[in-house]
Design a protein around this ligand. Sequence first.
Ligand code: MG
Length: 381
Amino acid sequence: MHPARSLGRRFNEPDAPTRSVFQRDRDRIIHSTAFRRLVYKTQVFLNHEGDLFRTRLTHSLEVAQLGRSIARTLGLNEDLVEAIALSHDLGHTPFGHAGQDALNASIRAAQPAKAGSDEDWGFEHNLQSLRVVDELEERYPAFDGLNLTFETREGILKHCSRANAERLMRTDATGVARRFVEGGSPTLEAQLCNLADEIAYNAHDIDDGVRSGLLTLDQMNDVPLFDRYRRQALAAHPALGGRRLLFESIRLMLSDQVYDVIATTRHRVADAGVDSVEAVRAQKAPLVAFSDEMAAQSQQLKRFLFRNLYRHPQVMDTTERAARVVSELFVLYLERPHECPAIGVSSSISAPRAVADYIAGMTDRFAIREHQRLSGYTLFS
Ligand code: MG
């Protein structure tokens, strides 16, 4: 994606004298409020459970690192990749997926979907990430949001339900959700960020899982993908054990997955014969991809992490309490609107939507504190 061929910003602005439009997007994201909050938002482990676990911020940096590294080799636009990678999780609620599910259930209960209504779209974190950069950031005199380029916004909207895509088609003139209605693909840079996200969390969740003691290195040997690199590491360094064996196995896995994506993508791009961004967008299936074998093994690893880490009783206990914090906070704010500074700021959004935006923006610890302040009891000590 060449910056000169960008489809542009929602509001016209003169170009910056020294930076491309995608460099400028990346810089705007780094200076945003939502970006700084990522440091105190859960990836899998709550921020206060330990200083060394990934947070949404360090996760996003790892996605950017993997994305840039692959982009440079493939000749993709590194700045666009970085802008998408650093902003892809801006819309996440506190407490990760538990928070999102609770918020979605809360807003849907507060305003049941009316057919054709533009107000009732529940809560999806990808859509919320777009909402953060389009509407919620307040930094510039002339517009709401960060006024990012179409291409960065297209990459941020990684998934979108059909109903929400149709709503966006009515309310957003840029057509950022068109591909979810009419089919098609985003830029190669956006496709790359999707895959870099998966590569990053599979690897760092093994690391955090073992660090936390919820997974053991022995257990990891049941996962063929991991076991292969553990054997490679031991073949090269027979005396290796403990943490260094874990890190070396993950390092080998990361490198091999990166090489796999590069080789597979080169083949796919050549086979598809695409020679422009428009030709990429017209493709039904992504061109940036793992080989079939790597895709299957990555799926296997994902299923392992789901069963053994994300559904670990200790994680589930935290998840359930986190979900209660979010859903109880939602009700508390609606009962006492004067406690929620976001209600009534804009006449164009309903109170439940204002509360959802407000809670979605919270860090884990602020949500816990607010819940304690308004409910009079604590779910986390
Ligand atoms: Mg992510």
